[in-house]
Design a protein around this ligand. Structure first.
Ligand code: PMP
Length: 399
């Protein structure tokens, strides 16, 4: 496929995880080389504690909140669970959307089952944006919690959360957002937004995997119920010895993202547009999914009609991108996000997600356009040929 063995992979899967920012790696390396439990009173412990608090301040600056409103967790999955579990009230519903990540859908179902609550699901339009008529109907039930993602992981579609917050607060509901894909990629001001709860994850903005945070607005009518028991860490909200190096990496990534956000947004958007223009010029029947003028700058969801995404990806090993599919219980299912947007099963199965980020270059994009074009033409030429076997998908659990 014209790829020399020394060409590096073009990494276009930032929505799965981002390369670590050099600032985060440096800060983590230093933190790992020092001993000290952030709960200890001696000086190594206090040094660790100061590093954690500095990270909290960096994250607070990125979100425009107070450091005391932030609780560190093992990632966005835990933050989503903590938020939903804490906000539920017996007998009052939880409202989510059809395109939430499984870390919200499954948490909501589990919490509702345990708390005699119900889950209402708000549908989305064909362009992936929320159906406000559905939201208003669900709010008539006066739910305890509305949990709507800030930006979708498969399409990058960004929701207008200010409208959701206003409607939900008028109905007396708390509002949580899974902002995992948006934080560090687009500006967000939680104070202005007046959101009650927000989840995020370091590895989506250049920090390490396995660390995230939950924002809880001071004054929000919610008592955080820890998911585990065993210590008073994080003001009783999340017991367990703090992951100092991970938290330090999150803080350094947040500071780096904050200092360059406007520039990165513009550069990444220009690269994404270059990718789309390049692919569409060569493959004009490619379809782009999601509301084009309300997307994360670095995301492009492309449908190559009639060409299964796994075959296209297998034909371009030099590009790391992702199928719009998750492997549920061993069976490959087409993306429920794309199906919820009204794509057919075939269309969903023929969709590839490309996601770019802070380290993507023009050269990456130009090479990717070449690889994608070759791969699509190759699959198109061989698809009717029964001697060409479909490559089994290696998709794991939803990332
Ligand atoms: N929510 C969304 C929208 C995500 O994209 C992800 C990760 N892909 C998660 C939650 C889970 O985050 P974590 O890996 O930090 O548990």
């Amino acid at each position: 496929m014209g790829r020399s063995s020394v060409d590096p992979i073009v990494y276009l899967d930032y929505n799965a995880t981002t390369p670590i920012r050099p600032e985060a790696l440096d800060a983590m390396t230093r933190a790992l080389a020092t001993v000290g439990n952030a709960s200890s009173a001696h000086s190594p412990g206090q040094q660790a504690s100061r590093a954690v608090e500095q990270a909290r301040a960096h994250l607070a600056a990125l979100l425009d909140c107070s450091p005391t409103e932030l609780t560190f967790t093992s990632g966005a999955t835990e933050a989503n669970n903590l938020a939903i579990r804490s906000a539920v009230e017996p007998g009052r519903a939880i409202v989510i959307s059809t395109v939430e990540h499984t870390a919200v859908t499954e948490a909501a179902e589990a919490v509702a089952a345990a708390c005699a609550s119900t889950v209402y699901t708000v549908r989305v339009h064909h362009d992936g944006t929320l159906r406000l008529d559905d939201l208003e109907a669900a709010l008539a039930e006066r739910p305890a919690l509305v949990s709507i993602m800030a930006a979708n992981n498969e399409t990058g579609v960004v929701n207008d959360l200010s409208v959701v917050v206003k409607l939900a607060h008028d109905a007396g509901s708390l509002v949580h957002t899974d902002a995992t894909q948006l934080v560090g990629r687009l500006p967000i001001d939680v104070r202005e937004l007046d959101i009650d709860l927000l989840s995020l994850s370091a590895h989506k903005f250049g920090g390490p995997q396995g660390v995230g945070a939950l924002f809880v607005r001071r004054g929000a009518l919610v008592a955080i119920q820890p998911l585990a028991f065993g210590g008073g860490h994080e003001r009783g909200r999340r017991p367990g010895t703090l992951n100092v190096a991970g938290i330090v990496g999150l803080g350094a990534a947040a500071a780096a993202a904050a200092s360059r956000l406007d520039q990165e947004v513009a550069e990444i958007r220009a690269l994404r547009d270059r990718l789309e223009a390049g692919v569409l010029a060569e493959l004009p029947d490619t379809r782009l999914n999601g509301r084009l003028d309300s997307r994360l700058p670095g995301v492009s969801s492309m449908t190559f009609s009639g060409l299964p995404a796994d075959a296209v990806l297998a034909a371009m090993p030099a590009v790391a991108a992702s199928e719009g599919s998750a492997c549920a219980a061993g069976a490959l299912e087409p993306s429920r996000v794309l199906l919820a947007m009204g794509l057919t099963r075939d269309e969903a199965e023929c969709t590839v997600r490309f996601s770019l980020g802070y380290a993507t270059t023009t050269d990456d994009i130009d090479r990717a356009v070449g690889y994608i074009t070759e791969a699509v033409r190759h699959v198109r030429a061989t698809i009717g040929d029964p001697t060409v076997e479909a490559t089994p998908s290696t998709a794991g659990p939803e990332e």
